[in-house]
Every structure is written in structure tokens, then in C-alpha cells.
Write a protein that binds this ligand. Structure first.
Ligand code: CAA
Length: 389
């Protein structure tokens, strides 16, 4: 059996034939279907609708969801392998995939009722519709307990009012998980998560953000004015919403760490290739030690990031505590992505600064991995708190 084995703190990183097959399928898809047109999609901030549809058909949108609900029934390691390969080429497509898989599908499968799973998860896992995770607000990013969006309890329904900001898949999703405050006196224990479908009266898609990176993903504000949401659309017990958001984000951070890893690895691979093509001072630039040292440092840090990502994924698969491991993976991999993409631009010189060589886009894309699903500062907070928990 083909395998790549690695042991770390008692964790076994055997990659099975199935893992390697998923990795290869994601790599092929990225090269043949995501790479063409990527510069134009980035320039025009155009959502990769066709490509996302194909990702659904190929099973990338509900990879870890049970086959009972139309998912792939795969483990988290398979998911991060696919995320890495897709992110090597197209981080806009991979954030669509990450939010759908690890925030929306996971959240519904882990905490939803059977009816919610039948009604919503099956559509999300097949890629028939996309999901959005709506936590951030104009005045609540890192400070996520300060929810201004309200979900007033009206007996058999909630009345939702407020604005959500920077919502990935905001324009293209059909199903949104919306975090809102029901009882302010109870603070974070008075927060609920509600499933709200597009088309519900009073729910309007707001402005599309013009972003620095991941420009082809559609990031919108969402506006809720007297939106009536039936009680059966609440996930979990009354007041479970904040815990839901935090628990879901723990896994989401593994997905974003894998995205950061992929961006870094993609930029490294392009820089290595370019260094063997470009000549300066009579020889390939690879033969200059200044370039070799950059590449050596890049590949070393990328490998370290990969170990942290695999470790977090494996802990989740083994149902062990992965809160700190996920935060470490995201913190480290996102810093590696920012640094390695900057080095890749430097290795490319003037070519690195123009669009068709891809690395400048990767450098812009890398930045968001230090910000969304918890900034690097929040990851440090999470890591530190776990030290004394
Ligand atoms: N896992 C599970 N539960 C957790 C948790 C975790 N990682 N962190 C906190 N909680 C629980 C606590 O146990 C506590 O519950 P109880 O009161 O029942 O014990 C509750 O949540 C409140 O916790 P704290 O008192 O620690 O809350 P806090 O306000 O001091 O800090 C925080 C919490 C860690 C800073 C949190 O607000 C946070 O993670 N902020 C960042 C938010 C974030 O990641 N936003 C990303 C937006 S989503 C996105 O980017 C998606 C996208 O589109 C790409």
C-alpha cells in the first residue's frame, strides 16, 4: 500500500491509498479547472460559479459529511489534503469550500436536528446550494460576544434585526447560519444560531466588498429587517449559539490553516520552478546561494506548517481535544503563507510583481489567512488560555 508515514507525539500520520487518491483528484481539478482564467477572475472579482458547481459534483463541498446526508464520509485529513491542493492554485475557490465544509456542514451535522439535517445539510453537502456562516458584524469581529444583531423571542418564531459584515459566500449562498442575541442579560449565554434561507422576507444581501485578496470569493454584508425565523430553525438549545460558533470555528481554523499551507506551498512550487528557468550572471538563479537559502527556508517552514495542520486534523479525527492544535496550525501556517509568498515574489523579481506570474496574487491572498476565522492575535489568546485550562 502506498503510504507516507510520520510519527509525532504518538500520532500516526499514515496516509492511506484513499488519502493519496483524494490529494491527486484535488490536484488534477485545481490544475485543469481552476487555473484557467484565474487571473481574470481575480482582476474582475468574479465568483467562480462554474468551478464551484464542479467542486460540488466532484464531492469537495461536503467531504466530511456522512453519506446518509449526501456527503463523502471522509476524514479531516482527506479534507486538509484537498484544501491544500486547491489552495495551491485558487484561494478564492478554497475559502468557498472551507466555509461550506468546516463551518456550515460541520455545524449542522454536529449540532442540528434530524429534520434540519434532512432539509438543509443534504443540499449543502451535495453542493446544490452554498452555506454562509454569519458571525461578524460592523462592531463585532474578534469580540464576537458583542452581537448587536437581535433575535427576539416571539413565541413560535424569532424576529431578527441587524447587519452582518464580511460574510464569505454572502451573495451566492442559499442557506445562512446567523448568530444573534436573544437575551442581552445572559450575555454570550443568551445568543442563538438560526438557519435563515435566502428569500426570507426582510433578508437582503448588502454591498459586495472590493477586497485586496481572495477577490473572486464573494464577500458581502447581509441585512436583516424584521425577519421571521421559525423556532425549529434554531440550532441546539436556547442560548447555545455562541458555544456553537466557537465549537464550529475550532474546526474551521483547521480548514483555513490548510488553505494558508496551500497558498505557501503553491508559491514555493512556482518559485522553485522559476529559479530553474531564469538565468542571471551566466547561470540559473537557483545556482545562486541567495536563492537556494530562500527556497531552503521556505520548504522547511512549509513542512513545519504541514505537520501542525495534519496534527490538528488527526486529533479531530481521533475525537481528541484539538482546540489548541487548530489555533497553532492556523497561527503558524498563516504567518508562513504571508512570509513565503513575499519571498516567492522576491525570487521572481520584476516578474513577481506582475499578474500573470501568480505569486503577487498569492501574496495578496495570504494576508486574509492571518485575519479571518480568528486573527493571529485571537489564535495566540486561544493557545495561551489552553495552557492553563
Ligand atoms: N471552543 C469551544 N468553546 C469556547 C471556545 C472554543 N474555542 N472559546 C470560548 N468558548 C466558550 C467558553 O467555554 C465560554 O462558554 P461558557 O461560558 O459556557 O463556559 C464561552 O465560549 C465564552 O468564552 P469566553 O468567556 O472565553 O469569551 P471571550 O469573549 O473572552 O473570548 C474569543 C472568546 C476566544 C475571543 C472569541 O470571541 C473568539 O474566538 N473571537 C474570534 C471570532 C472569530 O473567529 N471570528 C471569525 C469570523 S467567522 C469567519 O471569518 C468565517 C469566514 O467567512 C471565513
Amino acid at each position: 500500500m502506498a503510504s507516507a508515514t510520520l510519527e509525532l507525539q504518538g500520532l500516526n500520520f499514515n496516509l492511506s491509498e484513499e488519502h493519496l487518491a483524494v490529494q491527486e483528484a484535488a490536484r488534477d481539478f485545481a490544475q485543469t479547472e481552476l487555473l484557467p482564467g484565474i487571473v481574470e477572475r481575480d482582476n474582475e472579482a468574479r465568483f467562480p460559479a462554474e468551478q464551484v458547481k464542479r467542486m460540488g459534483e466532484l464531492g469537495f463541498m461536503g467531504m466530511m459529511v456522512s453519506p446518509d446526508y449526501g456527503g463523502g464520509g471522509m476524514d479531516t485529513v482527506s479534507y486538509v489534503l484537498a484544501m491544500e491542493e486547491i489552495s495551491k492554485v485558487d484561494a478564492s475557490a478554497s475559502v468557498v469550500m472551507s466555509v461550506n465544509n468546516s463551518l456550515v456542514c460541520y455545524g449542522l451535522e454536529a449540532f442540528g436536528t434530524e429534520e434540519q439535517k434532512q432539509k438543509y445539510l443534504t443540499r449543502l453537502a451535495s453542493g446544490e446550494t452554498l452555506g454562509a456562516f454569519c458571525l461578524s458584524e460592523p462592531e463585532a469581529g474578534s469580540d464576537a460576544t458583542s452581537q448587536a444583531t437581535s433575535a427576539e423571542d416571539k413565541g413560535d418564531y424569532y424576529l431578527v434585526n441587524g447587519t452582518k459584515n464580511w460574510i464569505t459566500n454572502g451573495g451566492s449562498s442559499g442557506i445562512c447560519l446567523v448568530i444573534a442575541q436573544t437575551d442581552r442579560e445572559k450575555k454570550h449565554r443568551g445568543i442563538n444560531c438560526l438557519i435563515i434561507e435566502k428569500g426570507t422576507p426582510g433578508f437582503v444581501v448588502g454591498k459586495k466588498e472590493d477586497k485586496m485578496g481572495i477577490r473572486a470569493s464573494d464577500t458581502h454584508s447581509l441585512l436583516f429587517t424584521d425577519v421571521q425565523v421559525p423556532k425549529e430553525n434554531r440550532i441546539g438549545e436556547d442560548g447555545f449559539g455562541f458555544k456553537f460558533a466557537m465549537s464550529t470555528l475550532n474546526g474551521g481554523r483547521i480548514g483555513i490553516a490548510a488553505q494558508a499551507l496551500g497558498i505557501a506551498a503553491g508559491a514555493y512550487e512556482l518559485a522553485l520552478k522559476y529559479s530553474q528557468e531564469r538565468k542571471a550572471f551566466g547561470k540559473q538563479i537557483f545556482d545562486h546561494q541567495a536563492i537556494q537559502f530562500k527556497l531552503a527556508e521556505m520548504v522547511t517552514k512549509i513542512e513545519a506548517a504541514r505537520l501542525l495542520v495534519y496534527k490538528a486534523a488527526r486529533l479531530k479525527d481521533e475525537h481528541k481535544d484539538y482546540v489548541q492544535a487548530a489555533a497553532m496550525a492556523k497561527l503558524f501556517a498563516s504567518d508562513v503563507a504571508m512570509w513565503a509568498t513575499t519571498e516567492a515574489v522576491q525570487i521572481h523579481g520584476g516578474y513577481g510583481y506582475v499578474k500573470e506570474f501568480h505569486v503577487e496574487r498569492m501574496m495578496r491572498d495570504a494576508k486574509i489567512t492571518q485575519i479571518y476565522e480568528g486573527t493571529s492575535e485571537i489564535q495566540k489568546l486561544v493557545i495561551a488560555r489552553e495552557l492553563i485550562r
